[in-house]
Design a protein around this ligand. Structure first.
Ligand code: MN
Ligand code: MN
Length: 398
């Protein structure tokens, strides 16, 4: 029998592999970036677009004393596969215990009160920071951290995670781990007598309660070993990124906040009647939390599909990567929207900019209209349109 050629052997191996793959199709889920752009999402493949709104603050979530966590994951908002969010309140003296997330990085924006955090990284660098309203933190996926209310007022903050399947109630908590590990193993692992672990909590603590923290952070057991990149960014202490007659926007991504390599954030303020123009994000999903006011969000989903939702204060919205959308203040008061993106670098393509990037004859042919009409279109990016017409950019700094 002639020896099989190597080529034949490889072909046979390839067929075997292909058959195995057919028998057991590889599951591709959103959240796995390798597949996100390629595998059709059945939820987005129907005749109608699904809802992209969830009333987060009207939900109950997890409550311990006066501390609470309410979450928006794919369970509450099925479209939000790329980003999950949490509204968390810590009462004075309360701490969200030491924990890590195996499957998500954490980005936060402080709305009220003050928060202290500690975070450890794989090189053993640890950072303690204090946060005030308008400040942002970012903890990379898997890095251990804790959150503590500072002072006598409750702290309220919004957490954003770069994975819609991530649940804040499924974190790896230190008390859960220690409580499940046999005492002899703990004693051996930490070089202590078993009695050192007497009366430790048996169940996950989640929210720990105790005295208010010291005014200044105390030194860690290992001494001070600050990391090369800070985990804190004071977003609202900066001048707005762009200012228009109808509104303004603060923006933070890894270009300004280097550690934040997977999440970017925006605070968008719109006057009544003002509009963040039609646009899309080529490289990120978008997650909304309405801090104040009432907005109308439109979503364009291709193939004749279009959906509009009204979001009130405390509501969450979600726009999948690449889907066209706009945000309009339809209330009587100024609105503020916290917007998160699962990307380290913010990118947008605005309708006005796209049109302005084409000559009039191309636009005339596309729409079957006279070229002269398109000479009246904006010659540059509009970004925010005032209710009285196009907003004039002023003192914005790129
Ligand atoms: Mn966390
Ligand atoms: Mn957007």
């Amino acid at each position: 029998m002639p020896e099989p050629k190597r080529r034949d052997f490889l072909a046979a191996a390839a067929i075997t592999a292909a058959v195995a793959a057919m028998a057991e199709p590889k599951k591709a889920e959103a959240g796995d970036p390798a597949f996100m752009n390629n595998v059709p999402d059945p939820l987005l493949g129907g005749k109608e677009l699904p809802t992209f709104k969830f009333a987060l603050e009207k939900s109950v979530g997890k409550v311990v004393g006066k501390s609470s966590g309410k979450e928006a994951t794919v369970l509450q908002l099925p479209i939000s596969k790329g980003i999950a969010g949490v509204s968390m309140t810590l009462e004075p003296g309360a701490m969200r215990e030491l924990h890590w997330h195996a499957t998500a990085a954490e980005w936060a924006f402080v709305l009220e009160g003050r928060v202290r955090t500690t975070v450890i990284d794989p090189r053993g660098y640890a950072e303690t920071n204090d946060f005030e309203p308008g400040d942002v933190w970012y903890f990379p996926r898997g890095h251990g951290h804790m959150l503590e209310c500072l002072g006598n007022e409750p702290a309220h903050f919004i957490l954003i995670f770069d994975n819609g399947y991530f649940s804040e109630f499924g974190t790896f908590s230190i008390s859960d781990w220690i409580g499940l590990t046999p005492k002899p193993l703990l004693a051996k692992s930490l070089g202590l007598p078993e009695s050192a672990f007497d009366d430790f909590p048996e169940d996950e603590v989640y929210f720990a309660r105790g005295p208010a923290p010291s005014a200044k952070p105390l030194m860690p057991l290992q001494g001070w070993r600050p990391p090369p990149h800070t985990h804190r960014y004071q977003l609202l202490a900066q001048p707005p990124h762009r200012v228009f007659k109808g509104g303004r926007e603060w923006r933070v991504d890894s270009t300004r906040f280097p550690i934040s390599t997977t999440i970017a954030g925006v605070i968008l303020d719109l006057e009544p009647g003002a509009l963040r123009e039609l646009h899309w994000h080529p490289s990120a999903d978008e997650w909304h939390y309405v801090v104040a006011g009432q907005i109308s969000v439109t979503m364009f989903g291709s193939h004749g599909r279009y959906r509009v939702e009204t979001l009130d204060q405390g509501d969450v919205g979600y726009i999948p990567q690449g889907y066209g959308h706009s945000i309009e203040n339809i209330g009587a008061t100024p609105c503020r929207v916290l917007i998160g993106f699962n990307t380290g670098v913010y990118e947008t393509i605005d309708l006005s900019q796209w049109i302005a990037g084409n000559p009039a004859d191309v636009l005339a042919k596309n729409f079957g209209k006279p070229a002269a009409l398109f000479e009246k279109f904006p010659k540059r990016d509009v970004f925010i349109a005032d209710k009285g017409g196009l907003g004039k950019p002023s003192e914005g700094h790129e």
